[in-house]
Design a protein around this ligand. Structure first.
Ligand SMILES: [Mn+2]
Length: 561
């Protein structure tokens, strides 16, 4: 048995780089040179324009550590392929494997040996612009560490045309063999890649059956939908960092429009109207009111971060076309004037008079269109299409009554945190943007809405017993005597909670903002702390704290709190 690698304690943390050796010999070693003495990354750099692609340049000097990590990136370029990269000689030796690696020893894959990539490429996930080299979307399909077997120097083994490695990844495990077979007509080396028969072998195992990123939990489609987000390689995977600089030109053109006009955005033409209409009065003295243009600007900017929580789910809209000072209304049916590029989903189970066609927000233009339509508040379903009876989250909702103070809300939320910790279940807290807090618990497919509702009810009842003076179990507002409600009943098909980063219909345009648990201790925290004015800055500062709900799928343990 090969020696076991220590696994990182955080589930989604990138495998740690090996500690740099401090021996004089190791220090003297710079990045490996090719036979002709050129830098091993010359070919990589020559193919790319780093002012246009978000890929790392690898020009930050030689890496400090020589590691033994491997990564497989699923790359939808002109043709789909999997890039298998092994850290060696200070770079990532790389093979493009069209069908992907398999645990099935019978699957013998072609791998084209391609140019070395810089080690900074290790956790690259994002979109390479069309027209650039390798244009398309990339996810970190698997990662981990490897041990070369029967070889002290993997660089030499590759040069000699045969490499055996044991992989310790999240998907790929066990021994793989790479053997050079010859060159194709263009002079590219063709290699054979296959899994040995060992205890990790799985018959008929296909990479395409395991489509999500181990870094972010996203599919290539989801990454492509967030094309404007720049994901920085040095950020922890849990809080993928974002910056919004690439949408700056689009926003400048929006701001240059008069009260109405045509805005080219996200590859479509949007007819925008009443851009200077006030939708949100100020909430503090001296503050400017906020207009429909401000709302469109916010949703267009935040789209790359928000869309992963909306795509693939039917959408309920809370519309306030005349501003939040007038009553709003729920709108679910796709209006007849909606442009044809908007994704729709048909509810085959709709009864007479019920909504049949729902909007699915899966691109930035849809969010901008919704904002122009006065859809201030966005609620995506708890389930995904087509399995709309399978919830993907268990939802906890601390819903304050009139006499509930913010301190009470924090107390109740902390009790949920303790209960979830006791059950060893991960939950992501977020402010509702009004007075409450929610905790979203991502789950694996299996439980029904009845199951998730019962599970949240059991925890909520236990918490209610701890602080009976704070909680009412009466559902009618009048019977609640101003007390908080721990609302587990939202765990039902087509009952929804406000989406992360959605705007709320209140003065000043507050948003529903994810937080860290520790932030509950911040005396300045309030449910409506962030608005569309400062949500972007907050996101750039702390990243998308909700990312783990997209990947951290859990089974719900029995409640014994
Ligand atoms: Mn590639």
């Amino acid at each position: 048995m090969p020696p076991r690698k220590a696994r990182s304690t955080t589930k989604k943390a990138a495998p740690a780089k090996k500690r740099a050796s401090t021996t004089a010999a190791a220090k003297g070693k710079s990045r490996s040179k090719t036979k002709d003495g050129g830098d091993r990354l010359d070919e990589y750099a020559a193919k790319r324009d780093f002012s246009k692609t978000p890929e790392p340049s690898g020009r930050g000097g030689p890496p400090a550590a020589r590691g033994n990590r491997f990564v497989v990136q699923r790359h939808r370029a002109r043709r789909l392929h999997y890039d298998f990269r092994l850290e060696m000689g200070g770079v990532l030796a790389s093979w493009a494997v069209p069908k992907g690696l398999s645990l099935d020893p019978a699957a013998r894959r072609l791998g084209v040996h391609v140019e070395d990539h810089p080690v900074e490429y290790f956790d690259f996930e994002g979109v390479i612009p069309k027209g650039e080299y390798g244009g398309g979307d990339v996810i970190v399909w698997d990662w981990g560490t490897y041990e070369a077997v029967h070889a002290d120097d993997p660089v030499k083994a590759v040069a000699d045309g045969e490499l055996h490695v044991d992989l310790y990844g999240e998907k790929l495990r066990g021994r793989f063999v790479l053997i050079r077979r010859g060159e194709d007509r263009s002079g590219k080396e063709q290699w054979l890649v296959f899994h040995k028969r060992d205890e990790h072998a799985v018959a008929a195992w296909d990479a395409e059956d395991h489509p999500r990123s181990v870094r972010s939990g996203r599919t290539n489609d989801e990454v492509a939908a967030s094309r404007d987000a720049v994901w920085h390689g040095d950020a922890p995977a849990e809080t993928a960092r974002v910056d919004f600089s690439t949408s700056r030109d689009d926003i400048a053109r929006l701001d240059a429009l008069g009260d109405q006009g045509t805005w080219e955005f996200d590859g479509v033409e949007l007819r925008l109207t009443n851009l200077d209409k006030v939708l949100f009065p100020p909430r503090a003295r001296g503050e400017e009111p906020l207009t429909k243009r401000d709302l469109i600007r916010y949703y267009a900017t935040v789209a790359p971060v928000m869309l992963p929580y909306l795509e693939g789910r039917p959408l309920n809209m809370h519309r306030y076309p005349n501003g939040v000072g007038k009553p709003g209304f729920w709108h679910k049916e796709v209006p007849s004037h909606a442009p044809e590029w908007i994704t729709r989903w048909h509810n085959d189970e709709a009864d007479e008079g019920e909504t049949e066609w729902y909007i699915v927000a899966d691109r930035p233009a849809t969010l901008a269109w919704l904002a122009n339509f006065g859809a201030i508040e966005l609620h995506a379903w708890t389930s995904r299409i087509p399995d709309v009876h399978d919830p993907t989250y268990a939802l906890i909702d601390v819903d304050p009554g009139e006499t509930t103070t913010w301190e009470d809300v924090v107390t109740l939320t902390r009790l949920y945190r303790t209960a979830l910790g006791h059950l060893a279940v991960f939950g992501a807290p977020k402010l509702t943007g009004q007075r409450g807090v929610q905790v979203w618990v991502p789950i694996e497919p299996g439980p029904t809405f009845t199951d998730t509702r019962r599970w949240v009810e059991e925890i909520s009842r236990a918490i209610g017993r701890t602080v009976p003076k704070l909680v009412s179990w009466k559902w009618e507002k009048r019977g609640r005597e101003g007390l908080a409600r721990l609302d587990y009943t939202q765990n039902a098909i087509n009952k929804t909670l406000v989406a992360p980063y959605s705007v709320r219909p209140s003065p000043g345009a507050p948003v529903s903002m994810p937080i860290r648990w520790e932030e509950l201790d911040d005396p300045e925290l309030r449910s409506d702390r962030w608005t569309i004015r400062d949500a972007g800055a907050r996101l750039v500062e702390v990243g998308d704290l909700f990312t783990p709900v997209l990947s951290n799928h859990q089974s719900l343990p029995p409640v014994d709190v």
